[in-house]
Design a protein around this ligand. Sequence first.
Ligand code: NAP
Length: 539
Amino acid sequence: MSEMTPVDAVIVGAGFAGMYMLHTLRGAGLNAVVLEAGDGVGGTWYWNRYPGARVDIECHDYSYSFSEDLQQEWEWTERYPAQPEILRYLDHVADRFDLRRDIRLNTRVAAAHYDETADRWTVRTERGDRYRATWCVMATGCLSSSQVPAIDGLESFAGDWHHTAHWPAGGVDFSGKRVAVIGTGSSGVQAIPIIAEQADRLTVFQRTATFAVPALNRELVPGELAGIKERYPELREHARYSGIGLALARVGETSALEVTAEERRKVLTAAWESGTLAGLLLSFNDVTTDLAANDVVADFIRDRIHETVDDPETAELLCPRDYPFGTKRACLDTGYYATYNRENVHLVDVRTNPIERIGPGGVVAGGTEHEADVIVFATGFDAMTGSLTAIDVRGRNGRTLRDKWSAGPITYLGLQSAGFPNLFLVAAPGSPSVLTNMVMSIEQQVEWIARCVGHARDRGVATVEATERAEQDWVRHVNEVSATRLYSAANSWYLGANVPGKPRVFMPYAGGLGRYRERCDAVAAADYEGFVLTAASHR
Ligand code: NAP
């Protein structure tokens, strides 16, 4: 058995959340270590190197706001930076704040067990290293546990295959190749246009059509970012208390059903031309809550698809008809729909032509073999819970998180689960995370956790633990809020519907970041209401 390394806190994951958690815990005087599976920092932006990978939130929002110096000195080059630029930014953050000395790379965590007799977590890595910590923070990411569907015969495939979230660092050369892409979510929508340009022939296997709005990505013009930087105090403050954590997004004041057809068109065209995901979603005040209002926006997008795609049958296949706009994460389009006008691109609807198997020569769907030299799985993730339940997390009485969450995740504020004292979660089920600008949501949670831990240390508190009552109330509230939106009408990863056998539970908190922040602050101000704080001397 290897030696135990004693630390105040173990943080799992060195993405946006884990790195900032390290910085804040250090600031609170703790000795913390970050354990990271990858051989570099960056989390999502380390792993997702597929062609076309870029953020879908504008750079002035999708960046840390905690350091004025950092946000003033960093120069973004594009409105929606691509993966290499974001990874450079995160590498810069790691250096600038001297984080690397406490980050252990190539270190995947296998288990985290709570020792009730000592109020300590023992965190074990796959290599067998062990850390003993008072606090443990899971910054493991919402979209980290990738999914390759169980399709018969994959092992017999004679070519190469890749999942978008495990892309080879050296890239993949598609030139002269016949390529199959399975999946048309955000990753597929970004990769498909670029693969189509390189490949000899591309076959796209679509199970569910996707709503995408134009990204209108471009290089930033001189002075543009400087203008934003000057206004940062005001813009960031607005974002912090807004619903989705964005500086410039504003919710429309009227219903889509109460305006003239001309006014609707004007508003929707302006939203479309804004090149943002939030534009159409917030264009009217009832797009996310009223099916008829939502249909107004959905029809507008479907019309644009038909205008863009030459072949009417292909255009119709690309039109989402079976779920409301925004109930599955919408995508930003950089040439996605137009790609289907290329002669070398072919769309297969797997609802009518189900994938039967993969053979040595390609993908067999609806009785036809689609020849392929390379298969790309853009098939998504076991979202929000997958990276947590992949770790053998055991709390009081040896109970596993996997067991506790077997009928769906249960948390208080998305920050803790009862029975797991001193274990904090970032961007977990019950938090606004994936429905908001992730970076701003992460900052809010990380700062809250650091304050809570600092408070505990100052007061001689040994354990902080959510009560079962508080988490039941929170889960009920999360469900009540999501029931006022249209989310349950879609088979989305928000509901776990993309993973066979996963309980169908709406996971994120849909009440908005601002409201959530106020709630978390009120809980802290009320002496951490809903948590039990046990004094060290109590033992
Ligand atoms: P995803 O949204 O879950 O999309 C997976 C795709 O694969 C869906 O089209 C899904 O169809 C399909 N699929 C899954 N299993 C299949 C099977 N057995 N047969 C055929 N098709 C199958 O995953 P993602 O595209 O990786 O994106 C996940 C999330 O990551 C996004 O929603 C977004 O939040 C984030 N993301 C963001 C960006 C960005 O910032 N631009 C880029 C990439 C990802 P169904 O829809 O029918 O399940």
